[in-house]
Write a protein that binds this ligand. Structure first.
Ligand SMILES: Nc1ncnc2c1ncn2[C@@H]1O[C@H](COP(=O)(O)OP(=O)(O)OP(=O)(O)O)[C@@H](O)[C@H]1O
Ligand SMILES: N[C@@H](CCO)C(=O)O
Length: 301
């Protein structure tokens, strides 16, 4: 069983824990059932030296959860992870790993779980839906956890991938765990900052629905997470300024960082160079990739 699953950029500025976009950079998860008790984990590419190869691997954990939820007899597994998404950089590596594992396991179980059940299971593991939903469905996805009679559910709606928009991701050569990047966020925020984000995120959704890039350029600001995370990413503000000066439509933190992402339709080479050089001025080596939004999410192939 082989599954291809995209990287994702979460938040898209003001949409903290709510918005995410799939990107054309993919991991592959290969899963084979073995006799009970056997476990083989092979890793290629990103994370080769630090992703565990035992039961503590999050892909193995979610596979076992899928089997339990599908009420299937547990068995052993051979798991091969071919990783192109950099780990702990803000490009949804954990969501891709979990979605890839869950979709592969569900396929081995005869697709007993619906997409919605996979979304719920993986979101509970990950803690928030903003990377999980676009990794599963592709495009730009708006998600929310809402209360219902049974407890809670994840509602999500997909906006088709933006046409002609390119993402320039500046990936620094250091890791930043999401847990650490969440630990610097405040428990409470000023009312006016909540209002600021509420109005901006509504407009960001409108911009993506209507492919209105002029609007996007006016409203992709954030006051709920980026200002607090600036201390963790040397040069963040200067890299944003360099991207705007070189012609970017908007520049934001990708997920929990440290990757910074600029959106553009033209001048992409100038913007990439400007972001790289701005990081260098702060002593940070960064790799720049030009990616397109991915219209597709996780796919068995
Ligand atoms: N392909 C993979 N296979 C198994 N575990 C992985 C894989 N990729 C990431 N992980 C696990 O997820 C952790 C990184 O998750 P984390 O949420 O900190 O970063 P991220 O998902 O890359 O960033 P963000 O959520 O900001 O986009 C790694 O330390 C590793 O434990
Ligand atoms: N919304 C999440 C994305 C990273 O997992 C955050 O910014 O912490």
């Amino acid at each position: 069983m082989r599954v291809k699953v995209p990287a994702t950029t979460a938040n898209l500025g003001p949409g903290f824990d709510t918005l995410g976009m799939a990107l054309e950079l993919y991991n592959i998860v290969e899963l084979t059932a073995l006799p009970q008790g056997e476990l083989v984990v092979e890793i290629e590419g990103e994370g080769i030296s630090n992703i565990p190869r035992d039961d503590s691997n999050i892909v193995i954990k979610i596979i076992r959860q899928v089997y339990a939820k599908a009420k299937m007899q547990p068995c052993g597994f051979k798991l091969k992870l071919i990783n192109h998404i950099p780990v702990a950089r803000g490009l949804g590596s954990s969501a891709a790993a979990l979605v890839g594992g869950a979709v592969a396991a569900n396929e081995l179980c005869g697709n007993v779980l619906t997409d919605q059940e996979v979304l719920e299971l993986v979101t509970t593991f990950e803690g928030h839906p903003d990377n999980v939903a676009p990794a599963l469905f592709g495009g730009v996805v708006v998600s929310a956890e809402v209360q219902n009679a049974q407890g809670s559910e994840v509602v999500s709606r997909k906006i088709p991938p933006p046409y002609g928009l390119k993402a320039l991701v500046a990936i620094p050569d250091f890791h930043l765990a999401t847990k650490k990047a969440r630990s610097v966020l405040p428990r409470q925020v000023p009312f006016e900052d909540a209002l600021f984000n509420l109005s901006r995120v509504s407009m960001v959704i409108m911009a993506f629905v209507h492919n209105d890039w002029e609007l996007l350029g006016k409203v992709m600001d954030d006051r709920l997470h980026q200002p607090y995370r600036e201390e963790l990413i040397p040069g963040m503000k200067d890299v944003f300024a360099a991207a705007y000066d070189a012609g970017a439509i908007a520049a934001v933190l990708s997920g929990a960082g440290p990757t910074l992402i600029a959106f553009a339709r033209e001048n992409t080479e100038d913007i990439a160079r400007a972001m790289k050089e701005a990081f260098e001025r702060h002593g940070v080596k960064a790799t720049i990739q030009e990616l397109k939004p991915s219209p597709v999410g996780a796919k068995v192939f």
